[in-house]
Design a protein around this ligand. Sequence first.
Ligand SMILES: C=C(O[C@@H]1C=C(C(=O)O)C=C[C@H]1O)C(=O)O
Length: 112
Amino acid sequence: MSTSEIDASVQAELNRLRESIDNIDAAVVHMLAERFKATQQVGRLKADHQLPPADPARETRQITRLRQLAQSANLDPAFAEKLLTFIIAEVIRHHERIAEEAGNGTATTGQV
Ligand SMILES: C=C(O[C@@H]1C=C(C(=O)O)C=C[C@H]1O)C(=O)O
């Protein structure tokens, strides 16, 4: 079935839902941009004070918290964990680059 064959009321409902999806996607982008602004500042703070780019203990706490939030929001906790882990991995890459640019090739984690 091509788009032109879709019943007008179905098409209207599809458009309405897609507008909502587009708004949510825009909000996600803006929220992520704000999060990365904050994490970039953390990266600079860490580089200035020779702190390691990653903090596994903090990540464990965040994952536990996010999984609980996901559960109460009827979102798959495994999906929430995967998403947060993906974002944090990117943040750590940024922190490693900031540390390198600051001239301190610190260890990746806080573990000794
Ligand atoms: C932002 C930080 O650096 C890293 C990135 C994190 C994040 O993106 O939430 C959490 C812990 C750290 O591994 C931090 O230490 O708070």
